[in-house]
Design a protein around this ligand. Structure first.
Ligand SMILES: NC(=O)c1ccc[n+]([C@@H]2O[C@H](COP(=O)([O-])OP(=O)(O)OC[C@H]3O[C@@H](n4cnc5c(N)ncnc54)[C@H](O)[C@@H]3O)[C@@H](O)[C@H]2O)c1
Length: 270
């Protein structure tokens, strides 16, 4: 089902690695809704992933950029405007990686250069992306910028490790930059706090399979899938949400406001 919500809109999509990626589903959905975009990912992910297939399918160009490199980001912004023929209407930041999680280091045993690297990739990169866009005056008025986050920023989920702190920082950057982008450029900035989703990044978290089933049972509407997230993101890129900004928007089937569900209570009555 397509509503042509993004007809004529141009954007940049970070983070499509493979067909499970939330960014991949979002790119397909934006394409269906009439939007055009440049795809970008870290140079290493180009070798590992299947982004060429997505580019072909959506008629998009790919520009490699390490989201921790200001030089790469400045180049990405300039080249994207050339390719798309003008300023940008939407940007999706769907980037996350913790070196401590990857290397099996517990939250109580962080290696701090791993922590710093993970923070740079997962959180500070959002500031860097927005600063590059801002300085180049690359966003159209009433444009929209979205980053993906997780509820561990507000509540503790032990195995989410240092990503919880990265997400808290990311959400704060959305509010702080959202102020300046709103005031000076009429651009909105929000984060979507998504349900656990079976992707490469998601499955890196210890105990992910049990956790995703727990969240499914706790959420009155069930977990939001990657496709659900893509659909929600399209609404935030559309002209129907022009005054929504500086928000962390929970997209989780109701999980975040549920104390306990009957299914979970029943488990403990067995
Ligand atoms: N999967 C979940 O359960 C879940 C839940 C809530 C939020 N999120 C968030 O959604 C976003 C997308 O993740 P996903 O679950 O689709 O997983 P994914 O593994 O498909 O995507 C993560 C992306 O980050 C990219 N990346 C890593 N380092 C980078 C760098 N230096 N420069 C540029 N890109 C880099 C990877 O190449 C990959 O494409 C992340 O921010 C993640 O934290 C995921």
């Amino acid at each position: 089902m397509s509503f042509n919500l993004l007809k004529g809109k141009k954007g940049i999509i970070f983070g499509a690695l493979d067909a499970n990626s939330i960014a991949w589903k979002t790119a397909e959905t934006i394409h269906d809704e009439g939007g055009t975009f440049v795809l970008t990912n870290a140079p290493i992910a180009m070798r590992m992933g299947q982004i060429d297939e997505l580019a072909k399918k959506t008629g998009s160009k790919i520009i490699p950029a390490d989201a921790t490199s200001v030089e790469d980001l400045d180049n990405l912004v300039t080249q994207s405007m050339e390719i798309l023929g003008g300023k940008i209407d939407f940007v999706l930041h769907a980037i996350g990686m913790s070196v401590n999680v990857r290397k099996g280091r517990a939250y109580t045993d962080e290696k701090y250069d791993f922590t710093t690297k993970g923070w740079d990739v997962s959180a500070l990169s959002f500031h860097k992306v927005m600063q590059s866009l801002y300085k180049a005056d690359a966003m159209n008025e009433w444009g929209s910028i979205v980053a993906l986050t997780y509820m561990a920023a507000q509540r503790t989920f032990p195995d989410y490790n240092d990503m919880a702190d990265n997400k808290a920082y990311l959400e704060s950057v959305a509010r702080s930059f959202g102020y300046f982008f709103g005031k000076e450029k009429k651009v909105r900035v929000n984060t979507i706090s998504q349900s656990p989703t079976a992707t490469t990044a998601g499955q890196g978290v210890k105990g992910f399979n049990s956790f995703i089933s727990y969240a499914e049972k706790m959420s009155p509407l069930g977990n939001a899938t990657a496709q659900d997230c893509a659909d929600y993101t399209v609404t935030l890129f559309s002209d129907l949400t022009r005054k929504v900004t500086m928000q962390n928007l929970f997209h989780d089937g109701g999980f975040s406001n549920t104390g306990v569900s009957q299914e979970v209570v029943d488990r403990f009555s067995e």
